[in-house]
Write a protein of this length. Structure first.
Length: 446
């Protein structure tokens, strides 16, 4: 990668790629990162709210599990339409709409009075938030070429461990506000963790720009260089893989990537949701459980950034994607067979670090395969199918734990799902390279 590019116009000054892209990274990534932390926190904070809410509104465990899972059904149904709308109306306004609406629905969840209203609000919250994550991935294709996009994506995904690291102590503290102002602690939790999403949604209108040409904070020659670089890259992708909606849904590699993402999220949310109860089984008190449950995500945050950098330096990132997922699966299987808390916790730390490293390296693969409307629909498809794992993983662990009265069989089952995803990724290889090879064979035969 060349650090300095000369604009073809004789009068144009030299554009330094590294300086320009670092400016773009500083402007966009920290803000999007904060938005993602709030997004993930609002998605999973219902687990803490349930400590009081199930008692107050009379939810059975089954009713709570089903209602909480309805979030992912609403998410699944609206991902693709949301991303297609964003491509039409622009990222700045659409991401703002997503954040404001999900923040409001999160706040309004404090008004639920029973299983029906709880399920309805969770479903509406999923619909409102649908499109945020794939929308960000699509937005990055408008701003970051090649390896820079992989770096931005890895930085964005650090929001997952950060949300888990800070969410537990904050949510635990908010539950102690029980009775203040006539509201329960779980109501204060939902209100005070939902309002930041509304504020950040409004801020989107002032912080984000739809594309480089709209950015007043870039110099004219930087805008021209970046716009030209992105146009050339997207044209190359479109020429190899297509850019229409039909091209996305006619590409079988896209559905294989969605399956791999499904396997990863089964492990991510399955382990993540049940981790406090697993740690509690070590015989620790609630304070120790809270801090110890944050440890895997603290280690994972460092590992995913370092792992993504190693993948970025490699000509083939597939071994890094496969390796991270396989390591997570093997570590989870190991944890299922351990009874000593220290090595069992160490295995869980490796599991979470592996899953996070997989997520940090996986998303560069579909981004190199898609552009235009194909990217809008394809990225949403991969995210939406993957997020069904957010229902399957936690539900499978809960069902198997209730059936077997142990965490060993549930963890071994999720381990198998992770290893299956790693094998499928290895067999698929780099989908963009495979598509180029098949297109070359097709061209030669015609």
């Amino acid at each position: 990668m060349q650090a300095t590019i000369q604009d073809p116009s004789p009068a144009a000054p030299v554009v330094d790629e590294r300086t320009t892209m670092r400016k773009v990274m500083r402007r966009i990534v920290p803000f999007i990162f904060i938005c993602y932390v709030i997004s993930y926190l609002d998605r999973v904070n219902v687990g803490f709210a349930a400590l009081q809410m199930t008692r107050d509104i009379g939810l059975t465990p089954t009713q709570f599990g089903w209602g909480a899972g309805l979030f992912f059904l609403g998410y699944f149904l609206c991902e693709i339409p949301s991303n297609l709308i964003m491509q039409r109306v622009g990222a700045r306004r659409w991401i703002a709409r997503i954040m404001i609406s999900w923040g409001l629905f999160s706040v309004l969840t404090c008004l639920v009075t029973g299983p029906v209203s709880f399920g309805v609000m969770r479903f509406l919250l999923g619909m409102a938030e649908a499109g945020f994550t794939p929308g960000v991935y699509l937005f990055f294709t408008y701003w970051f070429p090649g390896v820079w996009r992989a770096r931005a994506t890895a930085s964005f995904l650090v929001g997952i461990p950060v949300a888990n690291m800070i969410g537990s102590p904050i949510s635990g503290f908010l539950l102690t506000l029980d009775g203040m102002g006539g509201l329960s602690g779980w109501q204060w939790l939902l209100i005070l963790e939902g309002l930041p999403a509304v504020a950040l949604g409004v801020a989107c209108l002032f912080v984000l720009s739809d594309k480089p040409a709209d950015a007043s904070w870039l110099a004219p020659n930087e805008c021209a260089w970046l716009s030209r670089r992105l146009t050339e890259e997207q044209a190359a992708i479109a020429g190899k893989h297509g850019s229409s909606l039909r091209d996305a849904f006619a590409n079988p590699r896209l559905f294989v990537l969605a399956l791999i993402n499904f396997c990863g999220i089964c492990g991510s949310l399955g382990v993540g949701l049940w981790l406090p109860q697993i740690v509690r089984g070590f015989g620790l008190d609630y304070v120790a459980v809270g801090f110890l449950s944050a440890l895997p995500y603290a280690v994972g945050a460092v590992c995913m950034v370092l792992w993504a950098r190693l993948a970025d330096r490699s000509a083939n990132r597939v071994p890094y994607v496969c390796g991270a997922l396989a390591l997570a699966g093997l570590a989870l299987a190991t944890s299922a067979g351990l009874t000593d808390p220290l090595p069992a916790m160490a295995a869980l730390v490796v599991t979470v670090a592996g899953i996070l490293s997989f997520q940090a390296t996986f998303w560069a693969l579909p981004a190199n395969l898609l552009t235009g409307r194909a990217a809008a629909a394809g990225l949403a498809l991969i995210v939406s199918i993957g997020n069904l794992g957010g229902f399957v993983g936690p539900y499978a662990i809960g069902y198997l734990r209730e059936t077997t009265k142990s965490f060993s069989v549930p963890l071994l089952t999720i381990s198998g799902v992770l290893l299956f995803g790693a094998i499928v990724m290895l067999l698929l290889g780099d989908p963009a390279r495979a598509a180029r090879r098949s297109k070359g064979v097709e061209t030669a035969t015609t």
